[in-house]
Design a protein around this ligand. Structure first.
Ligand code: HEM
Length: 420
């Protein structure tokens, strides 16, 4: 597989950010996995693309050889590394864009706040948010599934987790969703980014406020009152942690739930099966995670010259881990392009693999269950208006739905302490 001296092996014309990839990614990945499971593309300055399960997991599990570290110079807006291709010109997210030993101390600081037991204490709130959001629209018989429901619920749970004021939920949910699908060259992009920056300004303001009050049960207050490596957490670290938790947690769960509901709408028998036997929901959830893989691809930096899966990689090369391709690898998942709620072994990598494996997986699973249950109980039948519904134009990092209008038989509001 090695190319001639000075060239990279397995050259292909591939761009995970392109509209063509968004249209036909399962076929494109199947071909790459077959012919060149680690290939080289010249787009975005050049990068390796790992597509087989073995190669993706091999990169993810070797955090020393494949670094996540990012540098960013705010004065020039330039930097290196990080987990996105192309480079995202904002300060790094933590802990995801740190290597060991820095990663150990930051992940150690937040781990217990994301443990399954801690997550269960948010379930009643998630249910209440889902109930209140449906109360807003249920009498009208129509809503935008993404913008009125699957977007706001994770945003609101994340606000509670962070310790941000819930009444600001709209200002919080909308820019986070819009940022993901708005092309960087679009005229409205600066306004969208201003909305996201506002969120981080609010984090900074609330962090300072929590520093002056006794510790409360939320992350910003926890950061204000606790130490990492025997010292206080700095404001820069708080903003980088908030960035990773908020951006990592919100639109991903939105995308998963929207994909699942669209699939069930299009496959009435699967929907009937799931609604009649709710014990299948956790299996269906894992299968939706595998099949749709909301975080499509992420990147690493090669930290020294190495030979990996038959190709010669050089120090500072970039590598794309195609989680979505790994999750459709027929070597690991029989009939990978089929959704099967009865799949017996489902070792998907939708939450990643290795040290950076998703810390928020229990939150995502819990929020998904609460949203699906509310829809099953209150809007069991709905019609998606596919003439208006829109997928993301680029699925390179997150694969989701921009908008998904639905119609349904109107129903009554139900008792709920929260009025939005
Ligand atoms: C369906 C929903 C979700 C998906 C598909 C997802 C996916 C992922 C993936 C693939 C990674 C690995 C990153 C890497 O290897 O570079 C990751 C890491 C992470 N996720 Fe999630 N995630 C989801 C939900 C959440 C939620 C709800 C939160 C927070 C409330 C969250 C917070 C994080 C954080 C902080 C990391 C970095 C962990 C570390 O570096 O140690 N995620 N996620």
């Amino acid at each position: 597989m090695e190319g001639p001296a000075g060239t990279k092996a397995c050259p292909i014309d591939f761009d995970h950010e392109s509209a063509a990839h968004a249209q036909a990614w399962p076929e494109e990945f199947a071909q790459m996995r077959e012919s060149c499971p680690v290939a080289w593309t010249g787009h975005h300055g050049g990068y390796w693309v790992a597509t087989s399960y073995e190669a993706v997991v091999g990169v993810a599990r070797d955090a020393k050889l494949f670094s996540s570290e990012k540098t960013f110079d705010a004065a020039t807006g330039t930097g290196t590394g990080g987990i996105t291709i192309p480079f995202t010109p904002i300060p790094r997210g933590l802990p995801v864009e740190a290597d060991r030993p820095e990663w150990d101390s930051l992940r150690g600081l937040i781990n217990r706040k994301f443990a399954p037991k801690a997550v269960e204490t948010f379930r009643a709130n998630a249910r209440q948010f889902a109930t209140a959001l449906l109360n807003r629209v249920i009498e009208s018989g129509e809503m935008d599934l993404v913008n009125d429901f699957t977007g706001p619920v994770p945003a609101m749970v994340t606000m509670e987790l962070m310790g941000l004021p819930l009444k600001e939920w709209r200002q919080f949910a909308d820019p986070l969703h819009t940022m993901v699908f708005t092309p960087k060259e679009a005229p409205e992009y600066p306004q969208v980014i201003a909305g996201v920056e506002w969120i981080f300004q609010r984090c900074a303001q609330e962090f300072v406020r929590y520093q002056q009050e006794p510790e409360q049960d939320n992350l910003l207050s926890y950061f204000a009152h606790n130490e990492t490596n025997g010292r206080k957490v700095t404001l820069d670290e708080v903003l980088s942690l908030s960035n990773n938790i908020i951006i990592g947690g919100v639109d991903t769960t939105t995308a998963l739930t929207a994909h699942a509901l669209a699939y069930l709408h299009d496959h009435p028998e699967a929907k009937r099966e799931l609604m009649e036997d709710r014990s299948l929901l956790p299996f269906a959830r894992e299968e939706f995670l595998r099949y749709f893989t909301p975080i499509h691809c992420l990147a690493r930096n090669v930290s020294e010259d190495t030979r990996f899966k038959g190709v010669e990689m050089e120090h500072r090369d970039r590598v794309l881990l195609a989680w979505a391709a790994a999750n459709r690898d027929p070597e690991v998942f029989p009939e990978p392009d089929k959704i099967d709620f009865h799949r017996t072994s489902n070792r998907h990598v939708a939450f990643g693999s290795g040290i950076h494996r998703c810390i928020g997986s229990s939150f995502a699973r819990m929020m998904f269950e609460e949203m699906m249950t509310q829809i099953f109980e209150r809007i069991p039948e709905f019609e998606i208006d596919y003439t208006e519904a829109r997928r993301y134009r680029s699925v390179g990092t997150i694969n989701g739905w921009e908008t998904m209008p639905i119609r349904f038989a109107s129903g009554p509001q139900v008792a709920c302490d929260l009025h939005l």
